[in-house]
Design a protein around this ligand. Sequence first.
Ligand code: SAM
Length: 267
Amino acid sequence: MRAFHAAHPAVTVRTMAHGRAEDGRSSYEILRDRVAACDRVLDLGCGDGLLLELLAERGRRPARALAGLDLSAEELALARRRPGVAQADLRRGRAQQLPFEDGRFDGCVSHMALMLMGEAEQVAAEVARVLAPGGTLAVAVGGGAAGDEGYAAFLRVARPLFEAAPAGQRIPSLGDRRLRSREGFDAVFGPAGFGPVRWETVRIDLTGPPERVWATVGGIYDLGPLDPAVTAELRVRFAREAAALALPDGRIPCAMRVHIATAVRDA
Ligand SMILES: C[S@@+](CC[C@H](N)C(=O)[O-])C[C@H]1O[C@@H](n2cnc3c(N)ncnc32)[C@H](O)[C@@H]1O
């Protein structure tokens, strides 16, 4: 994963930041709003810092104390360049061993990162440790394609190519699937000291011109180690499928489901 983000920093922002839920917000903005009352917020797996920038909300009084943690030095270097994030405490490290003292935060967010992390119980224990009692955890985790549109069409053509790739060109299974469901989330975070999760599934519309939809679907980790010739073949096959779905204005309908999970650290 570190190699993928080193080669493609800001990949998630390019993939998802333009996506909108039915109410007009991006999935990043939904998380920002879930911790609106928090003054000391940690972004776990912060990537290139877009969510931290939204949290910095210029002019907010009192200004928030923000921190971000990520495995990737390249992502953090981009985050440091964002004007709103200059004051944040950005650390390179693993969520399984947080370099922050007990009770330092009253909010913790994580956008499309938590479900990729192994040793989920250890991550939950660490989040519980650095959150003060009553603190809020708000995360967005991927829920797959929504409807039979561009994203679903991509997965239909991509899966057989991924499965046919030699072992050295396939990614290992990442993270913990339990964090993609309400029951699994509670099973991991409940024993760590969190109340029952509030679980909401939103449809994120990523419809756009063919190039942008390719940038969206092509942002998945599986493409990282794939032979470039296979990726090129996939792009051709996807373009064919996408053309059949095109709207009268040429845009390709595309949507994904994102689960928004919020839980409160026991007081
Ligand atoms: C899909 S990206 C999301 C980045 C950012 N949150 C966003 O949505 O734009 C996942 C991020 O989580 C980071 N990550 C994955 N596992 C991690 C871990 N165990 N500890 C810290 N960061 C991790 C990756 O380096 C990557 O930047």
